[in-house]
Design a protein around this ligand. Structure first.
Ligand code: B3K
Ligand code: ZN
Length: 883
């Protein structure tokens, strides 16, 4: 397999102006004709024109209406090369034959539940026709689709519907035209038996946009929330960024077989149905929130991704980091900002930090790849969003908005790079961003340490920072990074002290705003070691550092346990209140893990339980904040902090702590359940979701008590629940403990919901993730369950992904978990390499474990590597993991 490098980027020799496509959809094959206007980048030059193509049967090629002779072109398994094209602008006509019915890769044109649909990002368009399949080729498209009218009554593509009508032989056609130039990865086509929920959005300039969400008829009632989300997103983008939708029609199609979450094709977004369909009875609050976020995300791409796109795939974070940031902000504004921030930071810590510390570590803008599909990662997406957030932290909302405006002014209709975004932010604000660009090129999570000291006589408070960026594959030595550190200083009453100025490098700098003191400021930490001194600090403060998690770093401070309890109780920055609790919990868990490993008895610090109790009982706090604040850090997060990750010890300690907390706070948890039952119909709004979240966390704690009275309570909750959020939480609580009750209720749930594919996936996931000993056997049985289909990514994600999410069972010391995953990867790779390679990542940090586990995991990776016909996707992850 060939590695592709950012440094080798070359401008294309040819550009395309217009692309007219024609699809004749058939039951065995589909004929694709394309007519492209081609012109050379350099006038007068006519080098060979190389087009990408994959699994295509070429029928004919014409240049300027003349069929090419065999000697004038060359086709191999990946390219079509036209040796000497005419000089100047010419027309190119290509006819190919493809077989969507046989396409299990879910890339290019394929079938899902009998309907045709497409997925072209990153490099799937080459599975449809020969093309320069790269994002810097932007052209205007038209698309004629024809097919059997009864089988495919609905024919959709990008842009506006120009014409439709009947054809001979029971067929019909539709002609679509997209007035905006686009790269081919944004092309889409859908044909099938679908119906739509229709609505209208009037943009702020008065354009009336038709909104349509397409699903099979029986699912239409479940699209109300998605439509609400779409309209909210359209309004939000106008209000916050001044960005308006630019066509008269916006379509969303939900399909059950989809590789990822969704795809932002111009005006024809295609979604995994789990991110569109919801009803209170079948979808949980988490599903509702995910739908809101992803509908927003894909819609926001219309400007950040589609109108301004990426020059090449290395720049993926240009659109993804920015669009994730935008969807995070949207969800924050629609719900609770603090809770959303906590959720996003937890995600970063639990998934991105491990990636950044493992063999697949790569910068937000990678330097090389074998398969681009492998770089749709938490680093490009989530760390990329943190990088965008730092611009905003540094410049404020207004400065950030100015930068965005300049970005669109300069680059609308262009394919650009991360530097272009950086330059727009910098120029719009006349800002000095020092070495900020390192965030795009250096991999690894910086470790920042701070020590503080108060000088009572001089009334100064000093913070000394040091930073270290760990080595990552291909980057042994790192430069210091530019780290914005938001902070405030708390006085002994827990109030933020006024700040006027700070000494940095011995120079006094004012930090007032309009001559008024500030209560929170942002320090710019840019060197390996650096000191900041605040003058006129009248008493010893407790610093609240990295407020709102102002940079994606690991952070260690010299704050004492009592400082942390103080922050937990008083910080005006709610995120840091939560964070103080998490730091305390992490410290406690790590010390208990050490006790466990040394076979010492485990005992829980009473101060910690007391802290949890006061949060749980504080009625002034937001309930979802309480739910988050009393949740212990995940097992992965703790393992990540250990020299040698010990899944058994971490699991034992976390279970011990949960049980202990449940025992000591049993009365409070019971009251919490009691007081937070639903009294009204399901509504998707923050207060109601917060109430359900708190109730469910309490119920989950209680479940660890394994006591009969609690089982009765759980059963009661299960039976009386009127929405999936509460029903599923009760089911999970019951399923926590092995036994007859568990089996019966799981069977009951399946019987109730077997007709609903999305709920059945939840049922798979719940069992797959279970900690019950020897769960691999259950998972193997579920693999043979009639509802399970290895070709469906949601099934794979629920069952195999779910299983790998349970550290005790996946890392079982007998290797049974590893063996299961190894077998699955080999089978999956033959069906869908992209889905398979994502699963291999579960092995990539095998070196973090003890020797026995290392040997077992390595053996599976080697087994995978020795498989005949391995895809490049899986090869890349497996080989890099072994390197
Ligand atoms: N841009 C798509 C990614 C699809 C990639 C498929 N291999 C989804 C998104 O981020 O919006
Ligand atoms: Zn995206």
């Amino acid at each position: 397999p060939k590695e592709i490098f950012l440094k080798d980027y070359k401008l294309p020799d040819y550009y395309f102006d217009t692309v007219d496509l024609k699809f004749s959809l058939g039951e065995e094959k589909t004929i694709v004709s394309s007519k492209i206007t081609v012109f050379p980048r350099v006038e007068g030059s006519s080098p060979p024109l190389v087009l990408d193509g994959h699994d295509l049967k070429l029928i004919s090629v014409k240049v300027n209406s003349e069929e090419l002779k065999d000697k004038d072109f060359h086709v191999d398994s990946r390219h079509l090369t036209i040796s000497s094209p005419p000089t100047g602008t010419f027309s190119l006509e290509i006819v190919t034959e493809i077989y969507p019915q046989k396409n299990t890769s879910l890339e290019g044109l394929y079938k899902s539940s009998g309907n045709f649909c497409t997925q072209c990002e990153a490099e799937g368009f080459r599975k449809i026709t020969f093309y320069q399949d790269r994002p810097d080729i932007m052209a205007k498209y038209s698309c004629w689709v024809e097919g059997d009218k009864s089988l495919y009554p609905v024919l959709l593509s990008n842009g506006n519907l120009i014409e439709q009508g009947d054809l001979e032989g029971g067929k019909h056609f539709a002609l679509w035209e997209d007035p905006f130039k686009k790269p081919c990865y944004l092309f889409a086509l859908v044909a099938g038996q679908l119906e739509s929920r229709d609505d209208i959005f009037v943009t702020r300039s008065g354009r009336k946009v038709s909104l349509r969400i397409w699903t099979p008829a029986q699912d239409l009632p479940k699209t109300a929330h998605a439509m609400f989300a779409l309209k909210a997103a359209m309004k939000w983008d106008e209000d916050v960024f001044g960005l308006e939708y630019d066509l008269d029609l916006f379509n969303i199609v939900a399909v059950p077989d989809f590789d990822m979450g969704a795809m932002e094709n111009k005006s024809l977004n295609i979604f995994n149905s789990k991110l569109v369909l919801a009803s209170p009875e079948t979808a949980s609050d988490a599903d509702y929130a995910a739908i809101l976020g992803v509908i927003g995300h894909e819609y926001f791409h219309n400007w950040t991704g589609n109108r301004v796109t990426c020059r090449d795939w290395f720049q993926l974070s240009l659109k993804e980091g920015l669009t994730v940031f935008r969807d995070q902000e949207f969800s924050s504004d629609m719900g609770s900002r603090t809770v959303k921030r906590i959720a996003d930071v937890s995600r970063l810590r639990n998934y991105q930090f491990p990636q950044d510390a493992g063999p697949m570590a790569h910068p937000v803008r990678p330097h090389s790849y074998i398969k681009m599909d492998n770089f749709y990662t938490v680093t490009v997406y989530e760390k990329g969003a943190e990088v965008v957030r730092m611009y905003k932290t540094l410049m404020g909302s207004q400065g950030f908005r100015k930068g965005m405006n300049l970005y669109f002014k300069r680059h609308d209709g262009q394919a650009v790079t991360c530097e272009d975004f950086f330059a727009a932010m910098r120029d719009a604000n006349d800002a000095d961003f020092a070495n900020f660009l390192q965030w795009y090129s250096q991999a690894g999570t910086p470790l920042v340490k701070v020590t503080s000291s108060y000088n009572a006589e001089a009334r100064t408070f000093s913070l000394k920072f040091s930073q270290e960026v760990p080595p990552t594959p291909g980057q042994p030595v790192k430069e210091p990074m530019f780290i914005p550190v938001a902070l405030g200083l708390l006085d002994s009453a827990g109030k933020d002290m006024p700040l006027f100025s700070v000494y940095h490098d011995g120079i006094l700098k004012s930090i007032t705003s309009n001559n008024q003191p500030v209560y929170s400021t942002v320090l710019r930490v840019t060197k390996k070691e650096e000191e900041f001194v605040f003058p006129n600090i009248i008493e010893q403060p407790v610093p609240s550092i990295l407020r709102g998690y102002s940079a994606p770093i690991r952070f260690e401070s010299d704050l004492s346990e009592s400082d942390l309890f103080f922050l937990l109780a008083h910080d005006s920055d709610e995120f840091n209140r939560w964070e103080a609790g998490q730091i305390l919990a992490r410290k406690l868990m790590l010390s208990l893990v050490a006790d466990f490993q040394q076979k010492k008895p485990l005992a829980l610090n009473p101060k910690f339980v007391h802290g949890l109790r006061s949060i749980l009982c504080d009625s002034s706090l937001d309930k979802e904040f309480i739910a988050k604040a009393i949740t212990l850090p995940g097992e992965g997060e703790i393992m990540d902090m250990m020299e040698v990750a010990d899944p058994d010890a971490v699991h034992a300690v976390r279970s011990f702590m949960r049980k202990q907390i449940a025992a000591e706070l049993k009365a409070e948890f019971l009251t919490t359940v009691e007081n937070n039952r639903s009294s009204e119909e399901y509504v998707f709004n923050h207060p109601n979701m917060a109430r359900r979240a708190l109730k469910n966390v309490a119920l989950a704690y209680l479940a660890s008590l394994e006591d009969e009275e609690i089982t009765k309570l759980e059963l009661h909750e299960y039976r009386t629940a009127t929405n999936m959020t509460e029903q599923f939480a009760a089911l999970a609580a019951i399923a926590h403990n092995p036994g007859k009750m568990r089996d019966e209720v799981l069977a009951d749930f399946y019987n109730k919901w077997q007709h609903d594919f999305l709920v059945v996936n939840k049922w798979f996931a719940l069992q797959a993730m279970s900690d019950i000993p020897g769960n691999v056997e259950n998972v193997r049985n579920l693999f043979n369950h009639p509802a399970f289909d290895l070709r469906n990514p949601n099934n794979v994600y629920s069952l195999i992904g779910g299983f790998c999410g349970s550290p005790v069972n996946f890392h079982a010391k007998d290797g049974s978990g590893y063996q299961f995953l190894g077998e699955m990867v080999v089978q999956l790779d033959k069906i869908n390499p992209r889905v398979a390679s994502r699963r291999v990542s579960a092995f990539s940090r095998w070196r973090r474990y003890d020797e026995t586990r290392q040997t077992l995991a390595k053996a599976q990776l080697e087994m995978i590597m020795s498989t005949n016909g391995l895809s490049e996707n899986v090869f890349e992850i497996a080989s890099k993991s072994l390197a």
